[in-house]
Design a protein around this ligand. Sequence first.
Ligand SMILES: *Cc1c(COP(=O)(O)O)cnc(C)c1O
Length: 429
Amino acid sequence: MARNQFLFEKSKMVIPGGVNSPVRAFGSVGGTPLFFERGKGATVWDSEGKAFVDYICSWGALVLGHANEKVVDAIIQAARTGSSFGAPTEAEFELAEIIVKTFNSIEQIRLVNSGTEATMSAVRLARGFTKRPKIIKFEGCYHGHVDSLLVKAGSGALTFGQPDSDGVPLGATADTLVLSYGNFEELENAFDRHGDDIAGVIIEPIAGNMNLIKPPENFLQFLRNLCDKFGSLLIFDEVMTGFRVGLQGVQGLMGVSPDLTALGKVIGGGLPMGAFGGRSDIMQKIAPAGPVYQAGTLSGNPIAVAAGLATLRQVVEPGFFDAISSFTEKLTKEIEKSGAKYNVDICAQAIGSMFGFYFAKSVPQNFSEAIALDKQKFRIFFHEMLAQGVYFAPSPFESGFTSISHGTKELSKTSKALDSAIHKVSSTV
Ligand SMILES: *Cc1c(COP(=O)(O)O)cnc(C)c1O
């Protein structure tokens, strides 16, 4: 038995589904997940020694690529000097300061251990600050596995949500209203009907968890205005887009400021970390400054903070996003070029260091268009890319990620693989 298969079978015996997070199991595409042994720059090697160009980059976390020298040195140094104190350290303040200086909307920030914790705490804070119960979220946006956000739309647009997972009680989602991403009218109606009870609205301001989808023009500003009118807080979940689409996340690109921002992924430099921050009058409500409880034994962990700092110090250098965006643009052009060559409907878009590609005539605008993408073509494409040594996300509903280590060599390997994979799609479907 091949080594990946062997490891998967062994893992399945002691780990549910053989993986520690569901998408890793290749459920959408079938086949055996790769077990990785090593990564350097833009390349990863699996347990069978095969090399792949990595376009997942730890689901966005590794914006510098794998095993960046400065990050590795920082981790080693931090490990040598004590891995956890459960007490404040100077580096935490330095990391907080970089983020506060970078994001205009963030005056104070609290470090946590994952994106899930960040959104969960931001929602609790919005409720505590406004003393209101209800939250609006959008279909297709993922905010981690928080009970109140694991919710699907109710039977009508203005009925409250239903749990989207067994184990989430009705009560946990009873105050969450789920609306269609980018639908102005639904949003306005929801505020007209429930505005005085709405604590906040949480949104991926560019959605990266239903493939990569931009909101319609002016949607975020419309949302900002409604939140202001009704005294509700606007929460941007930039766990994925923060330090990815541009230096100041989507809020910098689109010029709309949230009250609270959730961050994660890149800020931990490949170690577990999340954060939430925003206006200081709101953040002052967090314990011990205020009455909204939030805590964590390993929050601000010295090794994670060291990795995050070593990462962000490189990311904030002038020219970083120009370089990474230029690579990502070239990649998406190559994808579209192969589609045109073989007459396959595929389109692509790049936003900073994130990209999406879609087996469709045009880029989808919302969740229902995203789930209508051609899954059969995707499956064939995915497996051929993998066979050619290019590792894309194993699902048509995920974004792609590049790193600053991706360059000419990776692009040329990817182009060759694309030619073969799109040809295969054109001849088998
Ligand atoms: C990844 C992600 C999360 C959850 O972060 P975890 O660290 O996996 O808990 C939340 N929101 C968005 C937008 C994400 O992409």
